[in-house]
Structures are given as structure tokens and as C-alpha cells.
Design a binder for this molecule. Structure first.
Ligand SMILES: [Zn+2]
Length: 422
């Protein structure tokens, strides 16, 4: 890894006269930020001395925010995904199930280059034979002879011993956290060969959570319905990686409050699954030149069972936010997933938090920066403060008052290096 030498060669950068949203609040309307050695060195309300050779960036009429984080994506082995994400200001993505080898390959690229988003991964999820997500991949993935080979290498967790082995192996392979799957397929209209799709018994799910915690790893779970959410919260997970698509009830609200679990809404994928909210994406896709990419982003999966809806998800997130539950921005986007687009889906997601769930723009921005850093224990990013990585986004206008300003990104830095693209 040559990162340190790249960082040392870079001249200091001073961003001047800029409004600073540090991930929690607006700390200055006209501030100065010094970036050196890949980190934020100094934040000041007053002009800082400069030296010849420094990069000076005029931040007038603009706002500096921490690099955005998408807390639910699937990178697979698509370099293009992390290249595209950073162009929308997304400097870190949390990969919620991937082949260990693919993740390692992508992580290596992210360690060597600053013009792609960084990745932290769940590695392989805690899967069970014929369960999620093999069941949906067999229904939706393009015919691919390698799919069955991939699936045959996934965990089949059946008891405490396989749970322990899985967590140890996955951690050794580079996983930063553990992802559980509590999905029986009942909310989806796909013709699964068995209904319900197999899920691990609850005591086994609990064993996975306990093993993760013994290894100082977070445990998060996929769940789409109230029952699955309750089961996972009772199993002790730290967070749920989707909002549910049925009307919320009191037990779910109390369970979130009692367990202090967070939730990652993934409206981006729900909008596609239920075939809704195409117009927001149309705005975000307005200047997309590539026709195939545009069609993919504007398309809809239409796989949600009648009676389930993203409207339920909006209501759920509105209520949970009011109840003080941490909402972490995540989209479930991956390169070929219809209705999603790397990075752009984060802007879609945040727009919906503000316009459908009553978030202030500041609450929405915090959900994609400081909140994720705090809950995923990333002490090196997500907040603009001295000593953290200089993963920064310069936005024209004021996104702390109008979330639409996020469409006007004029600069992105990762590890203190400004990202340049065509
Ligand atoms: Zn996912």
C-alpha cells in the first residue's frame, strides 16, 4: 500500500470562507479548514496563514460537509460502483454481503486510490442453505453458470458451533461487522421454490449475534416485516438494515427503544421493489448521458407483494425518528440493481428523509455522516474535526437548509486528495 507516500507528496490545502457542517451542526458560516497529510489539521473561524505552493480553495457561497457514507450497498467486484459513488460525494460504503475474495480485491483498490469510495464489509452474511439471498439471486440474477459455485461456498449455519466458526472465518477474511438474514420471502411476489424460504432457527441467529459480540463486531440484520424485525431485535442485533414494508406496530416501536438498535431505511431499493417514486430519480438522472445506466436507475423491480408498500416504510421511519431511534442512511444499491445507482441513490434517500419523513436537512445529513460513524464505531471519519481523515464534500449553496443543494457538488476530497473526474 502506497497511501502514505501519496499523502506525503500532496501540498497542504486550505479551504477558505466556507460554511462548515461538521456532521452534527453548522459550526461556522465563514470558516477555514486546513488539510495536510490526508487529515483535517485545523478548523478556524478566522483566516489562517498560508505558504507558497498550498492549494487554496475559495469556499464562498458553499458548504463543506463530511464525506457521505452509504450504510447499505453491495459492491461485489464492480470497480465502477466505488468510482461512481465518490462522484456523488459518497466517500465510504458499507458492503452488506459479498464474496470475501471480491471484497478483498475492491478494498485493495480503495487502499491505493483516493478517487474511489472506501469500503468496509460484512464479508459473507450468516446464510443458511437455500435461504436468503441465494433464493432471490436464483430468481433475479442473469443466467450465470458461476452463481451456483458462488452459493455453494456460502455458510450454512445450523448450530452454535457453525455460528462460532462462521464468525471467526469471516473476521479473518476481513469482515468488519456481521450481517444476519431473517427473510422468509413472504413480502415479495417472486415465485420462490419454497415458501417460506428457509431461515436459521432463532437460537442459531442468537448464537451468531453472540459470537459477533464476543469478537467485538457489530451484528446487523436484514428484515422486511414486523415479525422478522422483532425476532432480530430479540436476538440482540445492533441494527436492522432495511425499514419494514408493513404498517408499524407498538411492539416494534418499543423493541427499537428498548434495544437502542438503529435502522437503515433503504428507501432507494423499496421504491424500486414497490414501483414508486420514479419522479425523484428522474430529477437525479437528468444529466446522465449513458442511456443504459439511466434506464437502470429509473426502472423498478416491482417485486413487492400486494399490501406491502414503501408508504409504510415512510411512516415507520417518521415514527421511529420521533421516538429517538437512530436512522442511518443506506440504500441497498449495487451496480446492476434496477432502481438504484451508486452515490445517486444516497441523494435520493436523503431527499426522501426530508420530504417524506419530516427530517430537517441537518438530521438527514447527520444520518449519512456522524450517525453512521458513531454507530459503526468509525472514529476516523464522518465528522469534520482535527485529526480525522479529510474525506470532505464541498457543496454549492446550503444543504443544511435545502437538501436539494446536494445536487450541486463542486468538490470531493478523500484522504485529503481532491477527486478529479471527467
Ligand atoms: Zn442488501
Amino acid at each position: 500500500m502506497e497511501m502514505s507516500s501519496i499523502v506525503l507528496r500532496m501540498s497542504p490545502t486550505l479551504i477558505t470562507n466556507v460554511r462548515i457542517f461538521d456532521g452534527l451542526s453548522v459550526v461556522s458560516d465563514c470558516g477555514y479548514i486546513l488539510i495536510e497529510f490526508g487529515n483535517i489539521q485545523q478548523i478556524s473561524k478566522f483566516p489562517l496563514p498560508t505558504a507558497p505552493g498550498w492549494n487554496i480553495v475559495d469556499g464562498s457561497n458553499s458548504t463543506l460537509i463530511p464525506g457521505l457514507i452509504d450504510a447499505h450497498v453491495h459492491v461485489y467486484q464492480d470497480l465502477k460502483f466505488i468510482e461512481t459513488a465518490i462522484q456523488y460525494g459518497v466517500t465510504t460504503v458499507l458492503d452488506m454481503h459479498n464474496e470475501s475474495e471480491w471484497f478483498k480485491k475492491m478494498k485493495l483498490v480503495a487502499d491505493e486510490k483516493n478517487d474511489v469510495a472506501d469500503i468496509q464489509s460484512a464479508g459473507l452474511a450468516a446464510t443458511v442453505k437455500n435461504g436468503w439471498p441465494s433464493a432471490i439471486l436464483r430468481m433475479t440474477a442473469a443466467a450465470d453458470a458461476t452463481l451456483e459455485t458462488r452459493i455453494s461456498g456460502w455458510p450454512d449455519i445450523t448450530d452454535n458451533e457453525t455460528a462460532d466458526q462462521y464468525v471467526a472465518t469471516n473476521k479473518a477474511a476481513g469482515a468488519s461487522f456481521i450481517k444476519l438474514m431473517q427473510e422468509d420471502g413472504c413480502a415479495l411476489s417472486l415465485p420462490f421454490p419454497t415458501r417460506p424460504i428457509p431461515t436459521p432457527p432463532l437460537e442459531v441467529q442468537k448464537a451468531v449475534v453472540d459470537a459477533a459480540h464476543r469478537n467485538n463486531m457489530l451484528a446487523v440484520a436484514h428484515a422486511l416485516t414486523n415479525d422478522s424485525v422483532l425476532q432480530m431485535l430479540h436476538a440482540g442485533v445492533d441494527g436492522i438494515t432495511h425499514s419494514s414494508v408493513e404498517p408499524i406496530n407498538e411492539s416494534v416501536i418499543s423493541a427499537f427503544k428498548d434495544t437502542n438498535a438503529f435502522i437503515i431505511p433503504t428507501f432507494a431499493v423499496h421504491a424500486s421493489s414497490s414501483g414508486e417514486d420514479r419522479h425523484t430519480r428522474q430529477r437525479l438522472a437528468a444529466d446522465l448521458a449513458d442511456t443504459r445506466e439511466k434506464e437502470n436507475f429509473l426502472g423498478c423491480l416491482h417485486i413487492m407483494q400486494a399490501g406491502y408498500s414503501i408508504q409504510n416504510s415512510y411512516e415507520q421511519i417518521t415514527i421511529l425518528k420521533e421516538a429517538g431511534v437512530d436512522i442511518l442512511c443506506g440504500t441497498d444499491s449495487s451496480e446492476h440493481l434496477v432502481g438504484t445507482r451508486a452515490g445517486a441513490s444516497v441523494l435520493h434517500e436523503l431527499w426522501l428523509y426530508v420530504n417524506r419523513c419530516g427530517f430537517t436537512p441537518i438530521e438527514a445529513l447527520a444520518s449519512a455522516t456522524s450517525k453512521i460513524a458513531e454507530r459503526f464505531k468509525m472514529k476516523d471519519r464522518g465528522i469534520i474535526e482535527a485529526g480525522r481523515k479529510a474525506d470532505l464534500v464541498l457543496v454549492k449553496g446550503n444543504p443544511t437548509e435545502s437538501i436539494d443543494s446536494l445536487n450541486d457538488i463542486i468538490g470531493v476530497w478523500r484522504n485529503g486528495e481532491r477527486v478529479v473526474w471527467e
